[in-house]
Ligand binder design. Structure first.
Ligand SMILES: Nc1ncnc2c1ncn2[C@@H]1O[C@H](COP(=O)(O)OP(=O)(O)OP(=O)(O)O)[C@@H](O)[C@H]1O
Length: 668
């Protein structure tokens, strides 16, 4: 009878679960759609620019140490073997004859459009000191670089996109800072001290207190930028008369505000970064302050290298916080930006080692994956700063009443329609805009969902108010129903448990003789091992029968073990038989070889089939292999960051026999 009851309850629970999932299907679909909207990956793009020989500098008469092969690849002599060259392939290679326009049009201009989609973008100039970073980013009045060209185009784009009558109003602001000796200094306000870098809850990097100047024209930009550039710390070194002693970061923000409901806002950030060059102080001849500056520059570039390596190897901790530069670049490298790195290199022979190191860094950076997404939210005061005609917002009767002195202009800091009396006369659209942001956010996602379903789904926000309300009500009712069913499910589960307890009690009463006294011991249930290594039974049997078997199973007189019981006051000592395996060295060697093959050829997924290798370790092994080449012996595992000698030994023990035996028995 009790078994019947329990089956019945289980059936009820199953039915309820089915019901819950059926009722919740609409919501699940919503959240799944949200989840599947994970931003698509965008690899950091890398371009290399080789500067021409500069007149009057040492080594200008020597042949160049780098040679371009085509528009994407180059080669450089291999210092380990003079018969060979090292070949590199990038997204673009610009030779010594390339112009400023080539670099801008080929590598920078294409990413600017993302700013108008509310996404972030960044351009970084990297390379040894004197290799042409500032020339690439800033250029000269005759040969303007990336910065003036990008600003010119961006301002033009925003003017067109934000023109009257277009759906979005656009505004552009600029900030300019330098990181000098690990201090963040505002170049637009020379009186400011070291600024702090913070991260908001959405992972955006912010610098509170950093000056932001609105710019509407290129003349505006130059008015702020040129004097600020003079504030940047430069100094003469043996390799560059005007060497940048700091990392300079120009931040351009494009804000967009939707003119009509649902009054979204978007923000796209563009970082244009001229990094200070890595310096070999034996060659720069730096002393005193220059040496100190150089130390800070090299240290932050070293952390930059570590960040790139950590991202490539999928390490759990990326050391962004180890320098101000990497902290600032957090959303550009491995973050949310469309990023391009321009590695500048020099042709002179004395730059050879710096060039190889810059090329290696560039090659590693090419593997970094970003996930740019649109920074979109609702305007906090939807009727505030955007220039909206009241006619656009109000229905005909309200429009008449509202036209008048309260109409606001663009750029007004104060939100409008805040007074209680005004809110009493709100039109449906105004009510929508004054709605609880969470509710509005939800409406928006519903709206997007319906829009994504094609023609059958009319956008929610443009459906009449009554239908909208009905839809919202349905969602709320479904929510309530789900909650109710969940409660019911819990109740039923509790009943099933109570029933089980009752059943087992009954059993105890009926057959008391079968029961053994329980061991008085707290047992911790160990997490089951991912895949138990089981010696194939067939093999053991074969080996037991064959005198030449490679595995011998020996029965030893056992060790003594203390066993506690409820009956005995003291734990009893019991001898247990234990089994020992003797394995032939040949079989062990096979096992080792098989592990080695897997380490060298297996994918991260294959590696996870090994004992003691989880997803993180598998990733680390693949990363190590890509960086250092194949493992020559299993013990090399110890050299992988995060794997200790002890872990390597236990890994070996756990896998060797299973793999060796697997080999003898044919494919598993
Ligand atoms: N593509 C180029 N064409 C002509 N001249 C160039 C080019 N690139 C760099 N130069 C010249 O080389 C010199 C060094 O360049 P630049 O100052 O841009 O180097 P840098 O990498 O910014 O150095 P640092 O890191 O020390 O600031 C400058 O005189 C610059 O005008």
């Amino acid at each position: 009878l009790s078994a019947d009851k329990s089956t019945e309850s289980k059936r009820k629970v199953t039915c309820l679960l089915k019901l819950v999932s059926a009722v919740g299907a609409g919501r699940c679909r919503l959240s799944k759609i949200g989840a599947s909207r994970r931003p698509p990956p965008a690899r950091v793009r890398v371009a290399v620019r080789l500067r021409p020989f500069v007149d009057g500098t040492a080594g200008a008469s020597d042949p160049p140490c780098v040679r371009g092969m085509d528009s994407c690849s180059l080669e450089i002599a291999n210092w380990r073997n003079h018969q060979e060259t090292l070949k590199y392939q990038f997204d673009a290679f610009y030779g010594e004859r390339s112009t400023q326009q080539d670099i801008y049009a080929g590598s920078v201009q294409p990413i600017l459009r993302h700013l108008l989609e509310g996404q972030n973008a960044s351009v970084l100039a990297y390379g040894p000191t004197g290799a042409g970073k500032t020339h690439t980013m800033l250029g000269s009045p005759e040969q303007p670089g990336v910065i003036p060209r990008a600003l010119m185009d961006l301002l033009q784009l925003t003017r067109e996109e934000g023109a009257e009558g277009r759906p979005w109003a656009l505004s552009v602001t600029m900030s300019y800072l330098e990181i000098y000796q690990e201090k963040v200094l505002d170049l637009l306000d020379s009186t400011s001290g070291d600024l702090v870098i913070r991260e908001d809850c959405r992972g955006n990097i912010l610098i509170p207190g950093l000056t932001q100047k609105p710019i509407t024209s290129f003349a505006d930009f130059e008015r702020h930028f040129l004097p600020a550039s003079r504030n940047r710390t430069v100094g003469a070194t043996r390799l560059n008369q005007r060497s940048s002693r700091s990392h300079a970061v120009l931040l351009v923000k494009v804000d967009q505000r939707e003119r009509l409901a649902p009054f979204r806002q978007r923000e796209g950030k563009l970082y244009l970064i001229d990094l200070a060059g890595s310096e070999d102080n034996r060659r720069t001849g730096n002393k005193g302050l220059r040496l100190k500056e150089s130390g800070a520059i090299n240290a932050s570039l070293f952390v930059l290298g570590k960040v790139v390596d950590a991202l490539n190897q999928g390490l759990p901790r990326v050391p962004y916080r180890d320098s101000k530069l990497t902290r600032l670049l957090q959303d550009s490298l491995g973050g949310s930006a469309h990023s391009i790195l321009i590695a500048n290199i020099a042709p002179e022979r004395h730059f050879y080692l710096d060039t190889v190191s810059a090329l290696n860094f560039a090659a590693r950076t090419k593997e970094v994956i970003n996930r740019p997404f649109t920074n979109e939210s609702l305007q906090p005061h939807v009727l505030g700063p955007v220039k909206l005609s009241q006619k656009e917002l109000l229905g005909p009767p309200e429009a008449k009443k509202a036209r008048g002195p309260e109409e606001e202009e663009i750029g007004s800091a104060e939100p409008m329609a805040a007074s209680a009396s005004a809110s009493q006369k709100l039109s449906p659209l105004q009510k929508l805009s004054s709605m609880d942001p969470a509710m509005l956010e939800r409406l928006l996602s519903l709206d997007r969902l319906l829009a994504s379903q094609g023609s059958q789904g009319a956008p929610l926000l443009s459906t009449p108010k009554r239908e909208r309300m009905v839809l919202m009500k349905t969602v709320e009712e479904k929510d309530l129903e789900i909650e109710r069913l969940k409660m019911k499910q819990k109740e039923l589960e509790a009943k099933v448990l109570a029933q089980k307890a009752e059943d087992s009690k009954e059993k105890e009463n009926h057959c008391p003789t079968i029961l053994r006294p329980l061991l008085h011991r707290t047992v911790t249930v160990a997490k089951p091992l991912k895949k138990a290594v089981v010696m194939p039974l067939q093999l053991i049997q074969e080996q037991a029968a064959s005198p030449n078997a490679e595995i011998h199973i020996l029965k030893n007189k056992g060790r003594k073990r203390k066993v506690e019981s409820l009956d005995a006051p003291e734990p009893e000592e019991k001898a247990e038989d234990c089994w020992e395996l003797q394995i032939s060295p040949e079989l062990l060697a096979h096992g080792r070889q098989k592990i080695l093959d897997l380490l060298n050829e297996g994918s991260a997924r294959d590696l996870r089939s090994l004992q003691r290798i989880g997803p993180k370790k598998a990733q680390l092994i693949v990363g190590w292999r890509e960086l250092h080449g194949p493992f020559s012996q299993v013990e090399d595992l110890e050299r992988v960051e995060g794997i200790t000698g002890k872990q390597m030994e236990s890994f070996l023990k756990a896998n060797i026999l299973g793999l060796a035996a697997g080999q003898r028995c044919g494919p598993s």
